[in-house]
Design a protein around this ligand. Structure first.
Ligand code: MRU
Length: 336
């Protein structure tokens, strides 16, 4: 695949593809500062639940390598306080919190500060590697749902760019394509950040998969007039009671899919499943309405008029045909 890598650990630094610049140019942020990684997450230069998880793991690895404290207990305290800063960067995507827990659990096994540095960097690299491995397994399970000659619809970017590589919702598409199936993908543009139009369309085009973009509000007529065989979306968090939190627009999409009897699947690794929370415990990110009141820096709404901007919505389990994971396809809520 010719899709550029979202995030990499290169010679003790983190290299992030700046997604705000796509599809116009490939521009990278290279940093050894964990604060710069937090800024990239907040500003959405890197976004997508698994990618945010990997960025957090690498950010903590950067932070730990800079620790000059010799006392292990104090160094662990410092690492915990930096982890808190990451946890305050974006509230909804579960992978961020999952990655923090994985790193802090591994850190507890350190025998001294040098050991701690080694353990945290290794764990961060493992988190990134396993993310891609999970996506490839999601691809294996999910490709069976894609019909040769069919049409798949998705929203936002749950693609390679939102992960270490290969994507979650796109993994079944990439695997089916590799196996020789031919199909078309329709992508909802996904206002206001246009992750569908800018990012998913970009990466599917790079992969050579035919793709068309629609505006979000066209979904009803598109499903009525054009045969859609399958919807696959990603998830930012799946709660233990089976609710799917994903990019704003996913819930209305699931309702339209139900109306037209189109199977609605969600693809996500287990690192996105929050087995500790029910839907009432989760904070749905609300971002600055300016991000939607302006388009490319130009205000589109009269001065003095405000906006409401939830970044994610909630799809109940009964609207989800199945959750495609690295361990197989599950009905929601998952009972384990
Ligand atoms: O606000 P974003 O761009 O971080 O939101 C991303 C999404 O909602 C994706 O669909 C989700 O993270 C799944 S990514 C594999």
């Amino acid at each position: 695949m010719k899709i550029p890598r979202t995030i990499e650990w290169v010679d003790g630094k983190v290299r992030i593809l700046n997604q705000l610049k796509l599809p116009y140019k490939l521009e990278y942020i290279e940093t050894s500062s964990y604060k710069r990684v937090i800024r990239a997450i907040k500003k959405m230069e890197i976004r997508g639940a698994p990618a945010i998880g990997v960025a957090t793991a690498y950010g903590l690895a950067l932070a730990v390598t800079k620790i000059r404290i010799k006392n292990l207990e104090k160094a662990l305290k410092k690492l915990n306080s930096i982890a808190k800063e990451f946890m305050e960067s974006r509230p909804t995507a579960y992978n961020l919190f999952w990655a923090v827990n994985k790193i802090l659990d591994a850190a507890k096994t350190a025998k001294n500060v040098d050991d701690l540095k080694d353990i945290v960097v290794k764990k961060a690299l493992e988190i990134a590697r396993l993310d891609e491995e999970c996506n490839r397994k999601i691809g294996e399970y999910g490709e069976k749902l894609i019909k040769d000659g069919g049409r798949v619809l998705t929203i936002c970017n749950a693609g390679s760019l939102a992960t270490s590589y290969y994507g979650t919702a796109t993994a079944p598409m990439y695997r089916a394509w590799e196996k020789g199936k031919r199909f078309e993908v329709i992508v909802m543009e996904t206002r206001p950040y246009l992750q569908g139009a800018r990012l998913t369309a970009f990466e599917l085009k790079q992969a050579g998969i035919p793709v068309k973009v629609i505006t979000d509000n066209m979904i009803g007529i598109v499903m009525r007039k054009i045969k859609i065989d399958l919807v696959v979306t990603g998830a930012d968090r799946v709660t233990k009671d089976g609710y799917v939190i994903n990019k704003i627009g996913t819930f209305p999409l699931s309702l339209v899919a139900r109306e037209f009897s189109v199977p609605f699947y969600v693809a996500a690794p287990f690192s996105t499943i929050d087995f500790n929370s029910t839907i009432d415990d989760v904070k749905i990110e609300e971002r600055d309405p300016k991000e939607m009141l302006y388009i490319f820096g130009k205000r589109i709404v009269p001065e003095g008029v405000g906006g409401i901007y939830f970044a994610f919505d909630i799809t109940p389990p009964d609207l989800v045909t199945g959750l495609i994971t690295e361990k197989g396809i599950y009905k929601l809520p998952i009972k384990i």
